[in-house]
Design a protein around this ligand. Structure first.
Ligand code: SF4
Ligand code: ZN
Length: 314
């Protein structure tokens, strides 16, 4: 097997491109594709300050790695979710990466915001942990990106294709509008970019390993219940039989610009914080109010119990 570019021995076979490459030519191929995506979709310029959301996993750390290598001005953002030891290890991984590469990092914590962990918040909101976590992360990322030109996330082709499949299977037309590789700035919502939108998980893993990126392999314990894993599994099976299906699927969607003509939800500023939302108050502020109500109730409840105890009514 020979490298299609330099004709030396090839170690990598990319079935979806019907392409064999050596490690060096693969890295060059990878860099070019990320760079082309950024320019084609006018995601950012070298002058922009980019906030990169980093969890400690391979996608986000690879994204931070390549953006800084390509000369973009980046700062990492890590959100401590307080999901037991998984969160501690994620945080350590991000700190280590930032220190090794001498990159700037901002850290925010869910417990500092709410005084609760994601699991506790999910109970209060009576919602699955991933729903609450996703909403809280989106809000915090957007808020922290205020002083930046855009927010970059490590969403890859597998994420985009599986989300697209899920949205189509459930006919969630409103969500299709959020599936573009770049979402322009809109009032209080910062521009969001996904430079890996056309790059598969497999390619990112190769990149991370060839570049010696030390990432956390462990997944969040809540991810086992995520429906996106089912869609990913189905797409992987199709891909095995018919390489390049995921790429064709997502590219076909982007080409047809359904997301531009799709029904968009009517958004208006949250009455509490100004964040664009559906309805009067955003879900983040609603959750804060619920946490506060619960705290007042518990404290009030304690007082009532204490009073009745003192009065001998227990
Ligand atoms: Fe949050 Fe769910 Fe992802 Fe875990 S799997 S980080 S809970 S969204
Ligand atoms: Zn709000």
């Amino acid at each position: 097997m020979k490298c299609r570019v330099c004709k030396r021995d090839a170690q990598i076979s990319l079935k979806s491109y019907n392409l064999n490459l050596c490690s060096n030519c693969f890295l060059e191929f990878f860099r070019k594709r990320v760079y082309t995506t950024i320019n084609e979709f006018k995601m950012c310029t070298p002058k922009d300050r980019i906030l990169v959301a980093v969890s400690g996993g391979k996608d986000s750390l690879s994204l931070w790695h390549i953006l800084s290598d390509l000369g973009y001005r980046t700062c990492g953002l890590h959100i401590i979710l307080d999901i037991g030891e998984y969160s501690q290890r994620s945080y350590q991984q991000v700190i280590k990466f930032a220190q090794t590469k001498s990159l700037e990092l901002r850290v925010v914590s869910v417990r500092d915001e709410f005084g609760k962990s994601i699991k506790e918040l999910a109970k209060i909101a009576k919602r699955p942990p991933c729903r609450v976590c996703g909403m809280v992360k989106r809000y915090l990322m957007n808020r922290e990106a205020e002083a930046f030109d855009c927010l970059a996330t490590g969403h890859n082709l597998d994420d985009e294709a599986s989300t697209l499949l899920g949205n189509l299977l459930n006919w969630q037309e409103g969500f299709l509008s959020r599936q573009a590789p770049v979402l322009e700035e809109n009032y209080t919502l910062k521009r969001k970019i996904k430079p890996f939108a056309f790059i598969s998980q497999e390619e990112i893993t190769l990149y991370a390993e060839l570049c010696g990126i030390d990432y956390l392999e462990e997944r969040c314990p809540f991810s086992r219940r995520a429906t996106s894993l089912i869609y990913k599994g189905v797409l992987n099976k199709i891909e095995e039989e018919m390489p390049a299906t995921k790429l064709r699927f997502y590219k076909g969607f982007i080409k047809r610009e359904y997301f531009k003509g799709g029904k968009r939800e009517e958004l208006s500023p949250c009455k509490r914080c100004g964040y664009l939302t559906v309805g009067e108050v955003c879900n983040f502020c609603k959750l804060k109010e619920k946490v506060l109500e619960r705290k007042n109730l518990t404290e009030g409840g304690d007082d009532v119990r204490r009073d009745s105890y003192l009065k001998g009514n227990h």
